[in-house]
Design a protein around this ligand. Structure first.
Ligand code: Z5A
Length: 211
């Protein structure tokens, strides 16, 4: 019988290792015989990826915070309703690099948009759908920046100051602490093998409790 897949998201500040750990998590699931897909936000469909390009491109024109917020949710609506829900209904697990927690952290904590405004859009776009598990990879902001910033030109978010990312990290930790069942904080400042082992353990636990 087909059972709804699980929806797992990976969050954290820049360069903490989300993309790296998503791949590990996918391998762990595949080894356990579970079909999964890996995707990301903003993005995950051709149209949502086009919105991502709009959002990340550095530009001279100031970007209004509401414009940024609505574009994040426009991309999410497209991704969720044309891809994620289809995959979950087909019984596949969806591993997503960032989701709405990133909006609370970046647009809320980082930019100062009121949380209830974000929550309204969350309900409009998602109804009551929320990730089954949020893995928050946590590391000092400077650690992530050092790891990530050998890639060349900085995108519009990466051009922000350290204080912006400190507010984002604090928002993630606050949200995770408020709901320790649905959120798992992993210390991502450690060496790669240690982080990978914790993420794999978290995935195995989810599988064992999902049956
Ligand atoms: N954004 C938003 O504002 N609101 C929203 O709602 C959403 C997003 C959904 C794009 O995200 C931007 O969109 C993002 C927030 C905003 N901007 N920022 N900043 P993104 O996820 O595409 O961009 P990112 O956070 O900058 O991702 P990243 O830099 O690619 O980081 P990562 O995926 O977390 O890290 P990684 O690529 O796996 O690892 C980085 C390097 O570190 C790499 O060389 C690894 O080999 C290395 N690494 C990984 N783990 C370790 C350990 N443990 N030790 C040593 N080295 C390591």
């Amino acid at each position: 019988m087909t059972r709804r897949g699980r929806f797992i998201t990976f969050e954290g500040t820049e360069g903490v290792g989300k993309s790296t750990q998503l791949k590990t998590a996918a391998r762990t699931l595949e080894a356990l015989g579970i079909d999964c897909v890996v995707t990301r936000e903003p993005g995950g469909t051709p149209m949502a990826e086009a919105i991502r390009d709009l959002l990340l491109a550095p530009r001279d024109e100031p970007v209004n915070e509401t414009t940024e917020l609505l574009l994040m949710f426009a991309a999410r609506a497209q991704h969720l309703h044309t891809r994620i829900i289809t995959e979950l209904n087909a019984g596949r697990w969806v591993l997503c690099d960032r989701f709405t927690d990133a909006t609370f952290a970046y647009q809320g904590g980082g930019r100062g948009v009121a949380e209830d405004r974000i929550a309204q859009l969350e309900t409009l776009v998602q109804g009551d759908l929320r990730p089954d598990q949020v893995i928050v990879l946590d590391a000092p902001v400077e650690t992530g920046m050092t790891r990530a910033r050998h890639r060349g030109e900085l995108d519009r978010f990466e051009q922000e100051a350290v204080a912006f990312f400190e507010r984002i990290r604090a928002t993630y930790l606050r949200r995770a602490s408020a709901d320790p069942t649905r959120y798992q904080i992993v210390d991502a400042a450690r060496e790669l093998d240690a982080v990978t082992a914790d993420v794999a353990e978290c995935i195995r636990h989810l599988v064992s409790t999902a049956v």
